[in-house]
Design a protein around this ligand. Structure first.
Ligand code: HEM
Length: 443
């Protein structure tokens, strides 16, 4: 055999190996999940499933999902499904270790989120482990309803919200003054997290006592771990770091709980916070709530209540400044509110915030556009009750925080982003530079 013939043979061999590997990867490996989850359902059920693909064994579609979110183009994951299977608004996939269905049309999402009869919360196991089994996500439906009845009046409704307005105003006014006096630019997101963290700890504890601000960093670590593709509790893995961060947060909450538990009744009544309501509450059997449940509930509110508001406030500020006409209209609305205010009134009141219709729409549109939270998870079940019971109890509070901030901010300050092209990081949905900006007082 000539050396030329041998070269040709090697080329054919390599080609055959590549084709063989491709056939093995896509003809066999890529089909394993499809066989395991879909075909075994039987032809009848199988044909009623939405279109899509179940991805690779073990990791499902997690790699392409994470790649899309880290590429600065998170929509590319859904767009890819639309391109391959059409604009059905519902696709089968495999994410976070579970066979899943992605729903991305507003009508279908509304149907599912308001149907408690056939769907229950079903967050990835990594997230459930981090929030804790005994929490709003883990308790029975009836216990969930009881706990909401107990806790929600403390953060929602006219009376509670009116109580917090003065407190929020003080924080907002002093923060704005401080930022404007700063000779160097500030990290707008980091500063906003301090505002929302301050508000949520006030609601927890009911007094000026506060849980250390440095806790917000540990929350970031928890979030990273909550969306890790492999929830492995081994040092070096994000999920392990997240569990460690959870321990630090629990250790920060526990002393407040102990202190309140051992204070006598009279003392406890002076400045009641959510922590006192939980300590006084009884469960369905008339017993005091378990320590673990109380800690997890507080942790849940801390997690749900501070970063979300800060992120939406950040994007609201950015979007308004990217759209000068919208910014102008939002400013005019605030000027009108000032004009109507009786001279005897000091500061904002709830009724004025309710009149900020334009700003309220801008907040809603920001929440829609910026996609925070990343996703809402539901698990299909056979039987349950219909009640839209899991709507966000903090929606009004966060809107009020943002409206108060915008009132003073739009009327008195100028905002200038230093790195407007800073990329966005996953899963937080925040700019990499935490939105470094210069805040200056208008002349
Ligand atoms: C703009 C800011 C906020 C956004 C975008 C937001 C979004 C959401 C969403 C979409 C849910 C539903 C999750 C699900 O159905 O699985 C939710 C639930 C929840 N939110 Fe918010 N939220 C915000 C602010 C707040 C604040 C300020 C608090 C606390 C004071 C809070 C506390 C909660 C709690 C405790 C739940 C769980 C409710 C339950 O399971 O019954 N949120 N939030």
């Amino acid at each position: 055999m000539t050396s030329k013939n041998m070269e040709l043979d090697s080329v054919w061999l390599i080609l055959a190996a590549v084709v063989g590997a491709y056939a093995f990867l896509f003809g066999f490996l890529k089909k394993i999940n499809e066989w395991y989850y879909v075909i075994r359902l039987g032809k009848k059920k199988h044909s009623s499933l939405p279109p899509g693909d179940m991805g690779w064994p073990f990791v499902g579609n997690m790699i392409s999902f994470l790649r899309a979110f880290r590429s600065q183009d998170p929509d590319s994951f859904i767009n890819n499904l639309v391109r391959r299977y059409g604009r059905t608004g519902i696709y089968r996939t495999s994410l976070f270790g579970n066979p899943s269905v992605i729903v991305c049309s507003p009508e279908l999402s509304r149907k599912i989120l308001t149907d408690d009869e056939r769907f229950e919360v079903g967050y990835p196991s990594s997230l459930t482990k981090l929030i804790g089994k005994k929490s709003l996500h883990g308790v029975s439906n009836s216990e969930h309803r009881r706990l909401r009845k107990l806790l929600v009046p403390g953060i929602n409704g006219h009376e509670a919200l009116s109580m917090y307005i003065g407190y929020i105003q003080d924080i907002v006014i002093s923060s704005l003054e401080e930022w404007a006096h700063n000779s160097s630019p500030i990290e707008f997101l980091t500063e906003w997290k301090k505002i929302s963290f301050n508000v949520i700890t006030k609601i927890f504890i009911g007094s000026a006592d506060s849980i250390s601000q440095s806790m917000t960093d540990h929350y970031g670590v928890m979030l990273e771990g909550a969306f890790s593709p492999l929830p492995i509790d081994v040092p070096g893995f994000p999920f392990h770091r997240a569990l460690e961060a959870r321990k630090i947060l629990v250790n920060a909450i526990q002393p407040h709980l102990d202190e309140r538990r051992y204070k006598n009744g009279d003392d406890r009544n002076t400045e009641k916070g959510m922590i006192d309501l939980l300590l006084e509450a009884k469960d369905e059997d008339g017993e005091e709530l378990e320590n673990e449940l109380i800690v997890n509930l507080l942790l849940g509110f801390l997690i749900a209540g501070h970063e979300t508001t800060a992120l939406v406030a950040l994007w609201l500020t950015i979007y308004l400044h990217d759209h000068p006409q919208t910014l102008q209209k939002a400013k005019e609305e605030q000027v009108e509110i000032l004009k109507r205010r009786p001279p005897s009134q000091k500061g904002l009141i709830l009724n004025e915030i309710r009149q900020m219709e334009y700003l309220s729409k801008a907040i809603d549109e920001t929440i829609r556009l910026c996609g925070i939270p990343l996703a809402i998870f539901r698990k299909a079940k056979d039987d349950a009750e219909v009640d839209g019971s899991r709507t966000c109890p903090g929606a009004d509070l966060s809107k009020i925080e943002m409206s108060i901030f915008m009132h003073y901010f739009l009327l008195n300050y100028r905002f200038e982003r230093i790195n407007p092209k800073s990329p966005v990081k996953f899963p937080a949905g925040s700019p990499m530079d935490n939105c470094v900006a210069r805040i200056s007082k208008l002349p």
